[in-house]
Design a protein around this ligand. Structure first.
Ligand code: PAF
Length: 284
C-alpha cells in the first residue's frame, strides 16, 4: 500500500490502475479506523480493482474547535489496518494540500442540509463536508465511492451533490456496523468513559422504541418521536433530536408511510453521537 501525501501522487496511482483496466473505488474517511471503516474498504475491494482511502481530518466541517482538537488521530495504526484490508493508496494529505493558500470556493447543497445535523451543527458543517468530498472526488475521480449509512444525512447530501454536479461516480451506501451490544461504531466512541459507554446505548434504545411504536401501528410521527425520546430519557440521555422524517427528502411525512428515517443525535458525556434506522412503513 502506498501512502500518498500529494494530489499528484494519488493521480499517478489512479492513472496506473486505469491504464491496466482497473475500476477505482474510493472510501473517504477522517481516520481512527474501526470495523465500520474496514467494512467500507472491504466492500470497495469487492466492487473495484483499485482502492483509494483518504485519511483527512477536515477542519472545515467541525463546528466546535474542541471536537476538532479532540478528534482521535493515529495514522500509523490506520495505515496498518488499511494495508491489511488490501487498500492500494492511503491518501493522507496536509491541510494546505486540500485547502491551498487563498482557497475561496465552497460547495453547498441547499434544503437537505437545513434539518437534523444541519440544524444542530449549523450550515457550515455540511458545507465543509460537501466541499471536501467534492475536492476529493476531483482528485481521485473514482468509479464508485462508499459511504456509511450511520451518517444517513451525509450520504443523502453527497448523493444529491454528485447528481447535481454531474460527478461521474456511483455513490454506494453501506450498512452501519455495530458493537455486539448495538452501539453504532464511531471514531468518537473511544472518548466514552465506562458509565457513558453504557448510557450511549440509549440511542439504540430510542430507535428500537420508535420502531416498536410504528410496528404497533402508530402512524403519527410526533407520537413515535415521543416514544423514542422517552426511552432515551429512561436511560439518562436527553436527545438533541429524535426525528421521524422521509428517508428521501428528510421532510415531514404524516401519516407515516413508505421509507421513513428515524434519526437521533445526543450528547453522552464529552461526545456527541448519532444513529438512525430506516423503516419501511405500510399504509395499513
Ligand atoms: O464521514 C466522514 O468521515 C467525513 O464526513 C468525510 C466524508 C470523510 C468528509 O470529511
Amino acid at each position: 500500500m502506498k501512502i500518498a501525501r500529494t494530489i499528484n501522487e494519488v493521480r499517478a496511482g489512479v492513472a496506473g490502475a486505469r491504464a491496466s483496466g482497473k475500476t477505482v473505488g474510493f472510501v473517504p474517511t477522517m481516520g481512527a479506523f474501526h470495523a465500520g471503516h474496514l467494512s467500507l474498504m472491504r466492500r470497495a475491494g469487492e466492487a473495484c480493482g483499485f482502492v483509494v482511502v483518504s485519511l483527512f481530518v477536515n477542519p472545515t466541517q467541525f463546528n466546535e474547535q474542541s471536537d476538532l482538537a479532540a478528534y482521535p488521530r493515529h495514522e500509523a495504526l490506520d495505515a496498518k489496518m488499511a494495508a491489511a484490508e488490501g487498500v492500494d493508496v492511503l491518501f493522507a494529505p496536509e491541510v494546505r494540500e486540500i485547502y491551498p493558500e487563498g482557497d475561496a470556493t465552497t460547495v453547498e447543497v441547499r434544503g437537505l442540509t437545513d434539518v437534523l445535523e444541519g440544524a444542530s451543527r449549523g450550515a457550515g458543517h455540511f458545507r465543509g463536508v460537501t466541499t471536501v468530498v467534492c475536492k476529493l472526488f476531483n482528485i481521485v475521480q473514482p468509479d464508485v465511492a462508499f459511504f456509511g449509512q450511520k451518517d444517513a444525512q451525509q450520504a443523502l447530501v453527497v448523493q444529491r451533490m454528485a447528481r447535481d454536479l454531474h460527478v461521474p461516480a456511483r455513490i454506494e451506501v453501506c450498512p452501519t456496523v455495530r458493537e455486539a451490544d448495538g452501539l453504532a461504531m464511531s471514531s468518537r466512541n473511544v472518548r466514552l468513559g465506562a458509565d457513558d459507554r453504557v448510557r450511549a446505548l440509549a440511542l439504540r434504545a430510542g430507535l428500537a422504541a420508535a420502531e416498536a411504536c410504528v410496528e404497533a401501528g402508530e402512524r403519527d410521527p410526533a407520537a413515535v418521536e415521543r416514544a423514542g425520546a422517552a426511552a432515551m430519557r429512561a436511560r439518562g440521555v436527553d436527545p438533541e433530536y429524535l426525528a421521524v422524517v422521509s428517508a428521501e427528502s428528510l421532510g415531514p411525512i404524516r401519516p407515516l408511510a413508505g421509507r421513513v428515517l428515524v434519526a437521533v443525535a445526543a450528547r453522552v458525556g464529552p461526545v456527541r453521537l448519532i444513529d438512525n434506522v430506516i423503516l419501511d412503513v405500510s399504509n395499513s
